[in-house]
Every structure is written in structure tokens, then in C-alpha cells.
Design a protein around this ligand. Structure first.
Ligand code: UDX
Length: 460
């Protein structure tokens, strides 16, 4: 085995994502950008399957696995507080050892880039003489809302589905309760998650560098405000440039997938379809739909008459109507996980029905795919607001009742509107514009590319 701590030329940075797909993916992609500019990276991966450290196919990136304190087969998310405690304990035990070993081998790490959901890592970094750089995997608007909640300058509404106008932020339409990050309005149901998301901002005033997976023009006016407070660098979208300009010379490894993607099955199926004829449906790595909502969604997709490629995770499969796969036949393909970027980049895909996780939203935007937002929780309602009312690259489904139920007729209406209607044409035009702007941001000399150069220059 190679000695992962051996002295290597170049400055070294440690990167530590929260152990969820929506966090590992953008932070690994960020590592690849830094590596391409000359930094050496150690990506710390917390999981219940720790292996010895190893190199990725990018020689400058080493993976350093740490246990999350759970055995294989145990469900770590049964009790969130217990999970966060065990993750914290294990990181606090192992990370100082790693830093020490690296220092002893002359490979002194210069900074710790850590996930915003683990703000206590700032003191650990400073305690070992490292700069602390926090990484936000959500848009600025969401972080700013949490900041105001933390400071007591934003009162939490009592109901999630109220429609009274509540708040406004620079360059953003007024927000209703149902546009706000969900935990604010559901604080009584998820008090521990509310605490975690708000705490992301708890020590931001002491952070050395604040990184965000967004790009300057995407939240232009808000950016001025956050820059006046903190040392902000926008480094997104963390989508590999090969998907944006289709240069196949770059590698396709988008990130560490916690699920196995059905690559050939998806791409071969898409290859048989006409351009812009397929609805791609995915709700990310965490969303759990109630059974009646899954049934309604299934019926709605069938009623659209369009081809659809639907990601239904293994744990959600039992909620599909009986015989559904046989009934839809060639009209639909259901897979447990897809190579999402390859799918979104495929010419047959005409729209993306998404939960509006921030990564999925940025991916749809960067690849110019019109979106239908069906947000579930956390930052997703606010991201859906961006999609529909700010960038105007899609629509958002209308819900019914107090539990956010979406009827099949609404799915059909939204698909028709985006795939066929006059509004659809306008949306497609806007989607093309934002795709170009995203590409510009990460191309050489673009705003995010410059931010990455600035970050690298602090350590080289
Ligand atoms: C979560 C939150 O929803 C998000 O808003 C937050 O800021 C980060 O964590 P998740 O719900 O999983 O993540 O959604 P998303 O942010 O969209 O991330 C999912 C990732 O998985 C995307 O990068 C997407 O490309 C990938 N994916 C999803 C696949 O590769 N294949 C799939 O079939 C589905």
C-alpha cells in the first residue's frame, strides 16, 4: 500500500463533507477543481464501511475514510442526534491523528474545508494551525434566511402552507411561507434538524473563507450583502465542465456515489427516443414519499402520455402500484439510481421533474434542462422558487391540503406546460441563457474559476 502521508510537492488541503450524497458530490468535485490547479487534497469520507486510505484516479486526491460509529446493517438515521454525536466523536478522534501524521511526514495541511453542517470543525482546524473554510451546499438565500433566524431578526411562521406574504430579500420576489426552507415552518416536527441548519451560521463571523456552491450572477444582489459581511468565494456550479461543453476528454467521475447507477440501461433506453421527448424524474437521495403520493405520481406520469425515466430508489419501490412496470411498458423506464448528469445531458431529455435539491437544481440549470419543481423539505421549496420565479426555467407544482399533496392532474398540467405550451418555449429560452451563464462562470477567467484561483493562491 502507498504511504498516503508521504511528503509530496505542493500545498495540501483537507476536505470534509457531511456524509450524504448531496454533500459528498459537490465537495469531491471541488477537490477535482483544486487538484487541477495544483493543490493536493485529502478527502475525509465518513461512513460505516471505513477502508484504509487510498488514492483516487486523480493522483493528487487521497481518500481518508473515517467510521461513523455504526456497524454495517445498522440504520444510522434512526436517531439524528445520536448520529450527529457519533459522527462528531469519531471525527474528533481521528482527524487530529491524520493532521499529526501529515505534519510528521512533512506534508503540512494548510486548510480544512468543512461542511457547513459541522461548524464545530472550525475550532478543530484553528486548534491545529489550519485555516478554516466552510463549504455551503445550499444557495445564499437559504443561508441568509437561517442567519436571520439565528440572529432573531426573522420570526418563524406557524404554518407551512400559509400564503400570506412574509419576507423579501434583495433581487428576490416576496417569499410566502411555502417558499421558505421547510424546517422553519415545521419547527415543532423537526426541532433537531432546525437546530442543525440554523447552527450552520453560528460561527460564520470567525471563518477564514466562506465557500458556496453557487455562482456570482445567480444571486447577484444578495452576493453584495454577504460579501460585505464575510470573506465569500462562490465556486459553483460544481458540475464537471465536460457535461457543459461535451468535451469527452475529461473524466466522467462525478463523485462518490452511495448508490449504483444503471448507466447502460438508462443511456441505451434514452438513445431510442426522439430529442426532447422524455421526462426525467428524480427526487435525490433522501426524499421519502407517502404511499398515496407515489401512487398519484405514478398515475400522473402515465397520464401525460410522454416517455419518462423515473428514479425510484430501492427503498421506495414497494410503493409503486402493482403491475405498474408491465402496464407502462415501453413508455417508462424505472431505475433505482441513474447517472444523473449523463441523463440530463442527453438530447432526448425534455424536462426534469425534480425535488429541487440544490445539486439537482444546479445540474438542471447548468445543462439547460427545463424543470418542474416538486419540493419536499429543507431548502427545496426556496430552490423551487428560484426555478419558477427568478430564473424562470421551470414551473412548480401546486399542492393541496396541509400535507402538500400533489394530484395527478397537476403533474399532467405541469408536464404539458413545460413540454408543449407557449410558456414552455419561454422556459426553454431562459434555460438556454442560464446554461451559458453557468458555463461562463466555471470556464477559464469566469467568476467561479477566478474564485478557485483565489482560494488556491492563498495556499500555494
Ligand atoms: C440534499 C438536499 O436536498 C440539498 O438541497 C442540499 O443542499 C444537499 O443535500 P439530495 O436530497 O440528495 O441532497 O438532493 P441533491 O442536492 O439534488 O443531490 C443529489 C445528487 O445525487 C445530485 O448530484 C444528483 O446528480 C445525484 N443523483 C440523484 C444521481 O447521480 N442519480 C440519481 O438517480 C439521483
Amino acid at each position: 500500500m502507498r504511504d498516503f502521508t508521504r511528503n509530496e510537492e505542493g500545498s495540501h488541503v483537507i476536505v470534509l463533507p457531511f456524509p450524504g450524497q448531496g454533500h459528498i458530490t459537490p465537495m469531491f468535485q471541488f477537490c477535482k477543481r483544486l487538484a487541477s490547479k495544483g493543490l493536493k487534497l485529502t478527502l475525509v469520507l465518513v461512513s460505516n464501511k471505513p477502508t484504509p486510505p487510498y488514492k483516487t484516479e486523480h493522483d493528487s486526491i487521497t481518500i481518508f475514510p473515517i467510521s461513523n460509529g455504526f456497524q454495517e446493517g445498522e440504520d444510522p438515521l434512526q436517531d439524528l442526534d445520536d448520529y450527529m454525536d457519533r459522527v462528531q466523536t469519531n471525527i474528533k478522534n481521528r482527524l487530529p491523528e491524520l493532521i499529526q501524521d501529515m505534519k510528521l511526514s512533512g506534508n503540512h495541511p494548510r486548510a480544512l474545508v468543512y461542511d457547513s453542517t459541522m461548524p464545530w470543525l472550525l475550532d478543530l482546524a484553528h486548534g491545529h494551525g489550519l485555516k478554516g473554510a466552510v463549504f455551503f451546499t445550499q444557495p445564499w438565500l437559504v443561508s441568509v434566511i437561517y442567519y436571520h433566524v439565528l440572529k432573531g431578526s426573522f420570526s418563524i411562521p406557524s404554518t407551512k402552507y400559509g400564503h400570506s406574504t412574509l419576507a423579501s430579500f434583495p433581487s428576490f420576489p416576496m417569499l410566502n411561507a411555502n417558499d421558505l426552507p421547510s424546517f422553519l415552518c415545521e419547527s415543532s416536527s423537526y426541532p433537531n434538524i432546525l437546530r442543525i441548519v440554523v447552527d450552520q451560521l453560528s460561527n460564520i463571523d470567525r471563518v477564514d473563507i466562506v465557500l458556496c456552491n453557487t455562482f456570482d450572477i445567480l444571486e447577484e444582489k444578495l452576493l453584495k450583502w454577504v460579501q460585505s459581511l464575510w470573506p465569500v468565494l462562490n465556486i459553483g456550479p460544481t458540475v464537471p465542465s465536460m457535461y457543459l461543453d461535451k468535451r469527452l476528454t475529461e473524466d466522467k467521475n462525478y463523485g462518490f456515489s452511495l448508490f449504483e447507477a444503471k448507466v447502460t440501461e438508462c443511456i441505451e433506453w434514452l438513445n431510442t427516443k426522439q430529442p426532447n421527448s422524455v421526462v426525467y424524474v428524480s427526487f435525490g437521495s433522501l426524499v421519502i414519499h407517502k404511499e398515496d403520493q407515489m401512487m398519484e405520481l405514478a398515475a400522473g406520469l402515465k397520464e401525460t402520455g410522454c416517455y419518462f425515466l423515473w428514479v425510484v430508489r430501492e427503498t421506495e419501490k414497494d410503493k409503486l402500484p402493482r403491475n405498474y412496470i408491465e402496464e407502462i411498458g415501453e413508455k417508462g423506464l424505472i431505475v433505482s439510481w441513474s447517472p444523473q448528469l449523463e441523463v440530463l445531458a442527453h438530447k432526448s431529455v425534455g424536462c426534469f421533474l425534480t425535488h429541487c435539491g440544490w445539486n439537482s437544481t444546479l445540474e438542471g440549470l447548468s445543462l439547460g434542462v427545463p424543470m418542474i419543481g416538486m419540493p419536499h423539505w429543507t431548502d427545496q421549496p426556496t430552490n423551487a422558487k428560484f426555478v419558477e420565479d427568478v430564473w424562470k426555467v421551470g414551473v412548480r407544482v401546486k399542492t393541496e391540503g396541509n400535507d402538500g399533496f400533489v394530484r395527478r392532474e397537476e403533474i399532467v398540467r405541469c408536464v404539458k406546460e413545460v413540454m408543449e405550451g407557449v410558456k414552455g418555449k419561454e422556459i426553454r429560452k431562459n434555460a438556454e441563457k442560464w446554461k451559458m451563464l453557468a458555463r461562463e462562470a466555471i470556464s477559464e477567467g469566469g467568476s467561479s474559476d477566478k474564485s478557485i484561483d483565489e482560494f488556491v493562491s492563498m495556499f500555494c
